[in-house]
Design a protein around this ligand. Structure first.
Ligand code: NAI
Ligand code: A1CAB
Length: 275
């Protein structure tokens, strides 16, 4: 079994650390380092091992998980160049916007890199994570990364040219969905429902809708009739009914166009970060 060394122990690292330990990785095989006290706190909370010196962590790791903010990655990799060259671990980066090619330029020659883009639902085991192998990583490296990331949700191997779009559709989109939940609940508050109750109601409605789309797509059993989201909209919308009235008002206000604009702005920002 691989030893995982996490550089950075913030939100995403915590989710993956907890996921892999819950999936059976011994806590002694999970090493943590960070710039501040987050690694020691996460180690205390999970039983993972805090390794204060990043070079010591690299020296002991089969997989080094880069879980720091993208702008910190260059200085971290520069300071660890010797340790990485000596140990030659698989480097798994979850940093937004940094391609495997960019990462390879910051790493020792022939370093093996896999890039992953999870999302914050990793904290509840429901991430949608994209994976792409760098030029020198092999199928076993990709499988190692997939196995780790599948402890926090579903995974898909994706062409790297599609990572910016994936970041919009899955990496950042939880924030868009939270915004939708907040707005829908506010509509309920405006109609007299207390906020906490409105959020509870909307959350179950959103969860149920997502599960319906998933069940239809699975095309198995009674629920799986292969209907698309557009088919499901039609199924909810009785002629002359409430839903179509609401949908027409939403579209008049530019709902779909606003979402597509949001996706395009996210893609542009992701590309700028990686430039
Ligand atoms: N938050 C999210 O929803 C998602 C984040 N990501 C990516 O995950 C990465 C981590 O994001 P978060 O966990 O949200 O960040 P965070 O701010 O919660 O954690 C960052 C961690 O890096 C540590 N750190 C900072 N400078 C360091 C240094 N020089 N050496 C070692 N450790 C250092 C901090 O102490 C902290 O533990 C980012 O690159 C982000 O792009 C990817 C997908 C989703
Ligand atoms: O906004 C960010 O930088 C990260 C990338 C995906 C989700 N959050």
């Amino acid at each position: 079994m691989a030893v995982y060394g996490f550089i950075g122990a913030g939100n995403m690292a915590e989710a993956i650390v907890r996921g892999t330990i819950a999936a059976g990785t011994p806590t002694t095989d999970v090493l943590l380092t960070s710039a501040h006290d987050s690694a020691s706190r996460l180690a205390a909370a999970t039983g993972a091992r805090h390794v204060p010196a990043p070079a010591d962590l690299v020296a002991a790791s089969d997989v080094v998980v880069l879980a720091v903010k993208p702008h910190v990655v260059p200085e971290v990799l520069e300071s660890l160049a010797d340790a990485l060259a000596a140990r030659r671990p698989l480097v798994l980066s979850i940093a937004a916007g940094l391609s495997t090619e960019r990462l390879a330029q910051m790493l020792p020659p022939r370093a093996r890199v896999v890039r992953a883009m999870p999302n914050m639902a990793a904290a509840v085991g429901q991430s949608m994570t994209a994976l792409a192998a760098g030029a020198t990583a092999d199928a076993a490296d990709l499988e190692t990364a997939r196995a780790l990331m599948s402890t926090v949700g579903r995974t898909v191997v994706l062409a790297e040219k599609d990572f910016s779009a994936f970041t919009a559709l899955a990496g950042s989109s939880p924030a868009f969905v939270f915004q939708f939940i907040e707005a829908l609940a506010r509509g309920g508050v405006a109609a007299g429902i207390p906020k906490a109750q409105a959020v509870q109601i909307v959350t179950q409605a959103v969860l149920g809708s997502a599960l319906t789309v998933q069940a239809e797509a699975a095309d198995t059993g009674d629920a799986g009739r292969g209907r698309t989201p557009a088919d499901l909209i039609d199924a909810v919308s009785s002629p002359g009914g409430t839903t179509v009235a609401g949908l027409v008002a939403l579209e008049r206000a530019g709902f779909s166009a606003a979402v597509v604009d949001g996706v395009q702005a996210t893609i542009a920002r992701d590309r700028a970060l990686g430039a």
